[in-house]
Design a protein around this ligand. Structure first.
Ligand code: IVH
Length: 673
């Protein structure tokens, strides 16, 4: 037993903690530090040393605990006590004026409404719960109703108070659910990417992805090394304290130690709101972080309550989004890529440039005609546009910037991957490599086959597919199911563990819905939507494979081109053989067509434990396709509980309530019945 600690040491530890909390607040919330960074670091070191010497003095609220905790195996989920809604969007001044009129109409008022206008941070929404002033839980927004618990990660963010400040006039509520946006500043983002490139890791596409990826680390010690920051903008449930306005609430949050964006425009008229938007749009490029618009909120909390919310978004707030942004940069080269259908696509390599918050270094040029039409030459200065998540595009050439050294581009006459002569079909702008064995096409077909909307094989990255094809281990997508751990572990950058995970992911993808299966095949003109139409119409694959063109054309939404393509695909001996091989390796299709409403219409299922032959998402999808509802909690209304490995408390609950319990084999049976 260690002896009692010298009271002077206890007092010193207390003093250092208090001082560090205070300086944190000066730095992150008031943006007005009283001491230098070096001084702060020195105090932190001192405290660390004392806590190391006297481990009995450890406290979960100590500023030294921001370094991260041991890794988790997965994230728990938590229900938000009030749903985290999203916002309606406005795209022009008229939309905002219409919003103002709607608010007045619903409140039955003629007078000007008071608003608060805030920059819309482009980061990741989080909710933090404080009990008696202590941070107890932090979670992501998730689907708005339930999020993932990321407390250990959020605790590593310097700007997050581990304890609320008590100095404010409002006292400390028993419970506070505070909401905000976690983000990474632009400079910190650039530095982070430089570090990643040095360490041969793929750089993040933009600060938002970097922030999201950092928050979803199972190992919070990694999160601790990411330069995360946060601004708070609202609350869920808050006890004990009553505010009159949103602005008052923000002030209280600030006093409690939560950073609030200093650019927020409090208590303004709708005219001033529009003025603020113009200011923000102008300043947007100079801000140290990304914003994607402005949020306008009715300031009076009584009015907010009166206006209420739809299931999707509050009626008292709206997001005024910025327009797509355009930037100019130099087109350094044009590369020709071969797609899975053999189409050759010219892709522009651009001098990297930030466009609307993302680094852009490539843009599609579609085809030769498009290049001709826009007269795009290698070396040109071009205007690039990125709208939302869409692939960046070259809008036009800035011809006044030409020096005369620009070179015209011609599509190659042979496939850049296999050297086969290319063909151009009548009425089509694209040219094609028609070599069925072209390795570039094969690679793309396999990537498509494994992609999210298809077999959804986690861990099969593009580089790995390239390697597997180059080394002759994959000659068609059917070969994926033959891959084994030893072969995979021999690939570059593959450890035993990732090889093992991938083998499991492939194993787990073997049960698949009919529509995903059809989409995965990569039939020309059969995207996710058409695949669903086909899966709904045909009761089985053999039925589809032996149908006539007329039957296909009778399906609403399917015309002659698609029908031809489908018939052509299934007529090819080679494709039939590949499909046979896929089934031989244990793939099973879950059919969706059976009956109009599905076999399980009105039935409620709960999944618990680990499934072996499919992921939970796939099981959920298969059940929903068959008309069932999949719920997360067992109740008297549950019809079936599906118990996988290590099922836990839901199984117990099901037994108590007398709900039918089936295992994975039982589920398979039900699904294929
Ligand atoms: S208020 C009920 N204020 O935008 C309304 N949201 O589309 C809650 N966001 O999920 C949102 N900055 O992640 C609000 N100043 C701000 C915001 C903001 C960014 C994000 C937030 C939310 C999304 C809504």
């Amino acid at each position: 037993m260690p002896g009692p600690i010298d009271p002077a040491i206890v007092a010193e530890v207390e003093r250092l903690r208090k001082a560090l909390h205070h300086h944190n607040y000066r730095y992150y919330v008031l943006d007005d530090p009283e001491i230098s960074d070096a001084e702060y670091d020195r105090m932190m070191q001192e405290l660390k040393q004392l806590e190391e010497n006297y481990p009995q003095l450890a406290s979960p609220d100590s500023p030294t605990t921001r370094v991260g905790a041991p890794p988790l195996s997965r994230f728990d989920t938590v229900s938000h006590s009030l749903p985290m809604l999203s916002l309606d969007n406005a795209f022009n001044d008229d939309d905002i004026l219409e919003f103002d009129r709607r608010v007045k109409r619903q409140l039955n008022r003629e007078e000007e409404i008071v608003y608060t206008a805030e920059p819309k941070m482009d980061g990741v929404a989080v909710e933090l719960v404080y009990e008696n002033g202590r941070l107890v839980t932090a979670s992501t927004r998730g689907d708005g109703v339930t999020g993932e618990v990321i407390t250990a990660n959020v605790r590593t963010i310097g700007a997050v108070p581990l304890m609320m400040q008590t100095e404010g006039p409002a006292g400390i509520p028993d419970r506070l659910e505070v909401r905000g946006e976690v983000f990474i500043g632009i400079e910190a983002f650039k530095e982070l990417n430089r570090r990643r490139i040095r360490n041969e890791l793929p750089p993040f596409a933009n600060p938002r992805n970097a922030a999201a990826g950092s928050l979803r680390q199972l190992d919070s010690r990694i999160t601790a090394r990411r330069p995360l920051d946060v601004y708070f903008y609202g609350v869920g449930i808050i006890t004990d304290v009553v505010f009159e306005s949103h602005w008052q609430l923000l002030q209280a949050l600030k006093n409690w130690g939560f950073p609030i964006n200093p650019l927020i425009r409090p208590q303004v008229t709708i005219g001033e709101v529009l003025e603020f938007y113009r200011q923000l749009s102008r300043r947007r490029g100079q801000l140290p972080y990304d914003i994607d618009g402005m949020v306008v909120k009715v300031d009076s909390l009584a009015f907010q309550q009166q206006l209420g919310s739809t299931t999707r978004s509050p009626r008292w707030a709206i997001a005024y989004k910025f327009a797509a942004i355009q930037e100019t940069t130099v087109l350094e080269n044009i590369e020709v890529q071969v797609g899975r259908t053999g189409v050759l696509t010219p892709v522009a390599h651009l001098r990297p440039i930030r466009v609307g918050g993302a680094m852009v270094s490539r843009a599609t040029l579609h085809n030769e005609d498009e290049i001709e039409k826009k007269d795009i030459r290698i070396g040109d200065t071009v205007l690039v546009q990125r709208a939302g998540d869409v692939i960046p595009e070259v809008v036009k050439v800035i011809t006044s910037m030409r020096s005369g050294t620009e070179r015209k581009f011609y599509m190659p006459k042979t496939c850049p991957a296999c050297g086969t002569g290319v063909v151009r079909f009548e009425d089509e702008a694209g040219v094609y490599c028609i070599n069925a064995d072209c390795p570039a096409q094969l690679k793309e077909r396999i990537k498509h086959f494994a992609s999210k909307g298809a077999f959804d094989i986690d861990g099969l990255g593009d580089k790995l597919v390239d390697q597997l094809v180059d080394r002759g281990m994959l000659k068609s997508y059917a070969d994926l199911f033959k891959l084994d751990k030893v072969g995979l572990a021999a690939m570059e950058r593959m450890g035993d563990k990732s090889a093992d995970n991938l083998v499991h992911a492939i194993e787990g993808s073997r049960t698949i819905t009919f529509s995903r299966f059809l989409y995965a095949l990569g039939i020309r003109h059969v995207g996710e939507h058409v695949a669903r139409l086909l899966a709904k119409h045909f009761e089985s694959l053999p039925e589809l494979m032996s149908c006539e063109k007329e039957e296909l054309e009778d399906i609403p939404g399917i015309g002659s081109t698609i029908a031809d393509s489908v018939i052509h695909f299934f007529n090819r001996e080679e494709n039939r053989r590949t499909i046979e091989r896929i089934f031989d390796s244990g793939v099973r299709i879950v059919y969706e067509a059976a009956g109009d409403q599905g076999n399980f219409f009105g039935k409620t299922f709960v999944l618990t434990g680990t499934l072996k032959t499919m992921t939970r998402r796939q099981a959920k999808e298969a059940l929903e396709n068959a008309g069932a509802r999949v719920s997360s909690a067992v109740s008297r209304n549950t019809d079936f509980v599906v118990a996988g490995d290590a099922p836990g408390s839901k199984l117990e609950k099901a037994r108590q309530l007398g709900v039918t319990v089936i295992d994975e084999a039982g589920l398979q049976e039900l699904l294929s019945s």
